[in-house]
Ligand binder design. Structure first.
Ligand code: DAH
Length: 343
């Protein structure tokens, strides 16, 4: 078949041009198919090799292989060119522009204050305990010597989760959002024998309408210390130590008699410092506390003839508000970056 050899060169040139001119990867694949694919023109030429006279075969075969290798080289080169082009940004980039700085987050002011409180109590040997926010009435009220008909329940109305509409009285097992972290006292004492030295930071709930000083959810810290011979003097010393750590060494505290169903005697704690006087006040009420009621010890299986203890509870928002001069509790929950960025 005369002329086959002569066809190699022009076919190769046309194929090379086609591959080299492919504008994108799709066009390149197309060109590859047209020339060296199973039905390509160059492939067709190779298939004719068998029909050549014997003496012409070696030279023609060599020329065809060399041309095919050349086509494949150009195909590979063009492919990597086009792949690079596809990966490049379509808009030119200015590498001399300053980089984009990532905005660093920070801890919420309430988290910061909570961590400070925990740190202060850790210094004097208190461990952190935890309990569920969805509590039952038993742990939140009954075991804390606050039975269903107790007036103290009215001031701590909350959100109930499983309220059987057919039942006239809610049983001690019905679920609610805890009104205070005091419920964790019960859980901890039921789980371990004395001595106990814990604090419990956590979220609590009340059916309050939000205003500058109330919010339906807020944070508390509960403390509990049980051992032999624990006195109210230990309580006062501990509270004073921690408030000095938190609010500065000029803090003074005072106890006023009060009532809580789970402590006897009970006190409210007021404190004063330069911060308080700056707010135009003499004393600020900051916490509740008392000596653990013998009935509470009975309820958890501790012998009240052997063990004594104290407990306290205070709101974390209130500490943060005094510390930073914040006048509206709702700011903590609005997630307004202009507020949060200041801490
Ligand atoms: N649970 C009280 C409250 O929510 C605070 C409190 C008072 C906790 C006296 C105590 C305590 O453990 O002994 O207002």
């Amino acid at each position: 078949m005369a002329g086959l050899i002569d066809q190699i060169e022009p076919l190769k040139s046309a194929g090379l041009a086609d591959l080299q001119n492919a504008a994108d990867l799709a066009a390149l694949e197309q060109a590859k198919g047209n020339w060296i694919g199973p039905h390509g023109r160059f492939t067709a030429l190779m298939k004719q090799l068998g029909s050549l006279p014997k003496e012409e075969k070696p030279a023609a075969g060599k020329a065809i292989n060399a041309a095919k290798a050349e086509l494949e080289t150009v195909l590979a080169r063009r492919r990597s060119e086009l792949e690079l082009k596809a990966a490049m940004p379509s808009e030119p980039a200015d590498f001399t522009l300053p980089g984009r700085r990532r905005v660093l987050g920070r801890l919420h002011p309430l988290t910061q204050v909570t961590e400070d409180i925990v740190r202060s109590f850790r210094k004097i040997g208190f461990a952190v305990a935890d309990g569920p926010e969805v509590e039952d009435e038993y742990h939140c009220f009954d075991a804390l010597n606050t039975p269903a008909d107790h007036p103290a329940r009215d001031t701590q109305d909350t959100f109930y989760l499983q309220n059987d509409p057919k039942s006239e009285i809610r049983g001690p097992k019905s679920l609610l959002l805890r009104t205070h972290t005091s419920s964790v006292q019960i859980r901890v004492m039921k789980k371990q024998p004395p001595p106990v030295r814990i604090i419990v930071p956590g979220r609590v709930y009340r059916r309050d309408n939000a205003d500058a000083t109330h919010n339906p959810t807020f944070q508390q810290v509960e403390g509990l210390y049980v051992d032999k011979g624990v006195t109210a003097a230990d309580l006062k010393g501990t509270v004073e130590f921690v408030f000095k750590e938190l609010m500065g060494s000029d803090v003074k505290i005072r106890f006023r008699p009060h009532y809580f169903s789970y402590t006897e005697p009970s006190f409210e704690i007021d404190f004063t410092s330069s911060l308080v006087r700056k707010m135009g006040k003499e004393w600020l009420e900051i916490a509740g506390c008392g000596m653990v009621h013998p009935q509470v010890f009975e309820n958890v299986g501790y012998d009240p003839e052997v063990w004594t203890g104290w407990a306290f509870g205070f709101g974390i928002e209130r500490i943060a508000m005094i510390r930073y001069g914040i006048t509206d509790i709702r700011l903590f929950y609005e997630n307004d970056l202009r507020f949060l960025k200041q801490f």
